[in-house]
Design a protein around this ligand. Structure first.
Ligand code: CO
Length: 139
């Protein structure tokens, strides 16, 4: 059973330009936009835009083998890439998803919030790539 919506992932060609959109068009304060973080092992750079009940994760390719390069080739202006729900235990969630016949992409790995994540193939979820993220301890 999935928990709260943690964030919506949006792939963008430029994080700095996307931050400006949320700041200038939607009025998000700089205090609610995080620093951009390089995640070289994932092949992405990420930043978060905080809104009162959730976050938007901005994702920019890092390096020529970035997993989002193909997505951006199809969506040159960027686009909604995934939706992330929290789960209590990532290993339990992975086993349950597999038992229900879903295609889990890869092994649990550390995501942008520092907790373990897995991805479930879009074909299992009406075309939407789903990230499951272990709820940070203390939340
Ligand atoms: Co994400």
């Amino acid at each position: 059973m999935i928990g709260r919506l943690n964030h919506v992932g949006v792939a963008v060609p430029s994080i700095e330009a996307a931050k400006a959109t949320y700041r200038d068009l939607y009025g998000v304060s700089d205090a609610d936009i995080t620093e951009t973080k390089d995640m070289p092992t994932q092949g992405v750079r990420v930043a978060f835009v905080n809104v009162p009940n959730s976050q938007i994760e901005l994702i920019e390719p890092l390096g020529e083998t970035s997993p989002i390069i193909k997505f951006l080739e199809k969506n040159p202006q960027g686009g909604q890439h995934h939706v992330c729900f929290e789960v209590a235990d990532i290993h339990v969630a992975k086993a349950e998803m597999a038992a229900r016949g879903a295609t889990v992409l890869g092994e649990p790995r550390i995501g942008a919030h520092g907790t373990l994540v897995i991805f479930v193939h879009p074909k299992n979820s009406n075309g939407v790539l789903i990230e499951l993220m272990e709820t940070p301890k203390g939340h």
